[in-house]
Each structure stands twice: as C-alpha cells, then as structure tokens.
Design a protein around this ligand. Structure first.
Ligand code: ADP
Length: 307
C-alpha cells in the first residue's frame, strides 16, 4: 500500500507538471506567474495529502501489529499457565498414588512407613499451597476484603517458615526481626501469602544454594520493610519489570524444570498495592535476588475495611 501511495504521488506530480506545460502554452491569461503559482500550490497539496495518508497508514499498521503481539503474548501466557497447572496438579497426585500403592503392597517396617507418610504429607502440602494460591489470585481479582488488625509479625512468619520446611526440608531460612517500635496492622491471610510466595520463590530459584535470609526492620517513621535475600539464579534486568505480570514465568513451559504457575509474584504485587506499599527488586552480590517490600505500619484505609 505504501508503494502504491508513493507511485500515485509520483503520477499526480507528473500530471501536474504536464498540465502546467499545456496551460502555459495554451493559456489566454496574460499573467503566467499566476498559473505557475497555482500549479506550485497543487504540488504542495499532493505532497501534503500523500504524507498524511502515508503517516496514517504507518501508524495504523504499527497499532495493529502491537495489538497482535499483545494477543499472541497473552495466548502464550495462558497456554503456559494451563500446561503448568496441569503438570502441578498431576505430579503430586501421581506421587501420592504411587506411595499409597507401595504402602499397600509391601510389608514395611514402622520407620519406612513413616518416611513414606512424610512424602504424602509433602505432596499434599504442595497441592494445598497450589489450590490456596489459585483461589487467592481469583479472590484478589474480585471480592477479597482485607481485614487489618494489630499482629505479631514474627509469629505469622514463623508459621510460614514452618510450613515451608515441611515441603522444602533442604532449605535453610535465617529469620531476623529488628525492633519495629510501632504496632503493625496486617491482614493475616494476605500477609502470610506474601511471605510464603517470596520465600518459596527464593528456595525454588536457588537450586544450588539453599540458604536464604528474611529480615523485618523499620524503614522510616511510617513504614517497615520485609526483605528476602537469596543466593540463587538471580533475575535478568530485562525481566525484572515483567515478573509481576499474571502467569508470567521466565523460559518456556516445555523446557522448564522448576514448579510454578506464574501467580506468586502477581499475588504479592496485588497485596502490596492494597496495603499501599511498594516493592524493590535488586540483584544480590555475588549472586541471587533481593526483594524489599516496604509496607505502612497502619495501612491507611484499615479502619473502613471489615470482612
Ligand atoms: P512462578 O514461581 O510460579 O513461576 P512467580 O510469579 O512467583 O511465578 O514468579 C515469576 C517469575 O519470576 C518466575 O518464573 C522466575 O523466573 C522469576 N523469579 C521470581 N522470584 C525469583 C527469585 N527469587 N530468583 C530468581 N527468579 C525469580
């Protein structure tokens, strides 16, 4: 279309020049300067219209391409999500089935039975966490109501750490709580999910170094900070702004080995927004990632919110 437009413009300019020559030869008007001026004006009009149509075409093409790319990316994300959720549901169910079959068929001693039961509890916790995350993500998008109340943060965090230890016994989580000097108001369910998702990611994406730190400290007069540091794979700079998108996971589902659904950080970002807080992601040195979550001691609208 662009080529056709350029070609039409050239043709129109040629006709304009030919008409000018004819007019100059056959014109009855004594003032030839007037004729020249009129044809010069026509020329600019042709240039102007060509330019406007050309630009509209380019902008239109750009917008269509952008919408198309968005649609493709969104379809890819949803497809990846379906693949990951199927895998996440199937693998613990298959493990539980296999373990129960083993317990039934073999004559096992007390210790062996205990080990297999621990495996079942682990797979069950994994399923439970997955379902909790799915439900919470859906509720956060629709009708989740925050109920803020004064809470003891270390107590909540220790519960989360304890449940993660069941699923990831190899993880070494060092938790440090500085004095905050203020009462902290949180919505327990969402705060637990926030800490759980950050810690679980730190464990999952640190396959070769299971050590990680969690620290709570005062940030300023009105805010405190939850900082999770790992020594794992790290997040490339070009991905840092994408990781909070719903269903976003780096890499491709077919080749990925880490479990997940791409909902964890989306949930974290929705919760932090509701608390009126902010998230800072940076690289850890020598390797890994630091997530800093800055939250107000008393989220502004807590007085109006009830469950
Ligand atoms: P999931 O872990 O289920 O894939 P998340 O929303 O929790 O989904 O995280 C999105 C992506 O961000 C992950 O796929 C991973 O690539 C990256 N990511 C999150 N946390 C970390 C971390 N601590 N270290 C390295 N990469 C991370």
């Amino acid at each position: 279309m662009l080529f056709a437009l350029v070609w039409w413009t050239i043709l129109l300019l040629r006709y304009n020049d030919e008409l000018l020559d004819i007019s100059l030869v056959h014109s009855m008007v004594p003032n030839q300067a007037e004729i020249l001026q009129r044809f010069e004006k026509n020329k600019y009009q042709i240039y102007g219209e060509g330019l406007v149509f050309g630009l509209s075409l380019i902008i239109g093409m750009y917008l269509i391409q952008r919408a198309y790319n968005k649609e493709v990316a969104s379809n890819r994300k949803q497809n990846n999500f379906l693949l990951s959720i199927t895998h996440e549901l199937k693998s613990p169910l298959a493990s539980i089935r296999l373990i129960t079959d083993t317990i039934k068929k073999l004559t096992l001693n007390y210790e062996e039975k205990g080990e297999l039961c621990d495996q079942i509890i682990k797979e069950n916790t994994r399923l439970q966490n997955l379902v909790d995350n799915l439900l919470l993500a859906s509720r956060l998008n629709h009708q989740y109501q925050y109920f803020f109340e004064p809470k003891d943060l270390p107590e909540i965090i220790n519960i989360v750490i304890h449940s993660l230890k069941v699923q990831y016994p190899q993880a070494n989580i060092e938790f440090k709580s500085d004095p905050l000097e203020s009462e902290v108001w949180v919505d327990q369910e969402s705060f637990k999910s926030l800490v759980h998702n950050l810690l679980e990611n730190a464990i999952k994406y640190s396959p070769n170094n299971p050590n990680l730190n969690l620290q709570i400290s005062k940030s300023d007069q009105a805010n405190y900070q939850v900082k999770v540091t790992d020594f794992g794979l790290g997040i490339p700079d070009k991905e840092k702004h994408k990781i909070f998108d719903q269903f976003y996971r780096s890499g491709d589902e077919e080749t990925r080995t880490t479990q997940g659904t791409g909902l964890g950080l989306y949930i974290v970002s929705r919760i932090v927004k509701a608390y009126d807080g902010r998230i800072i992601v940076s690289d850890n040195i020598p390797s890994g990632t630091v997530f800093k979550i800055i939250l107000p001691f008393q989220p502004k609208n807590h007085a109006h919110i009830t469950r």
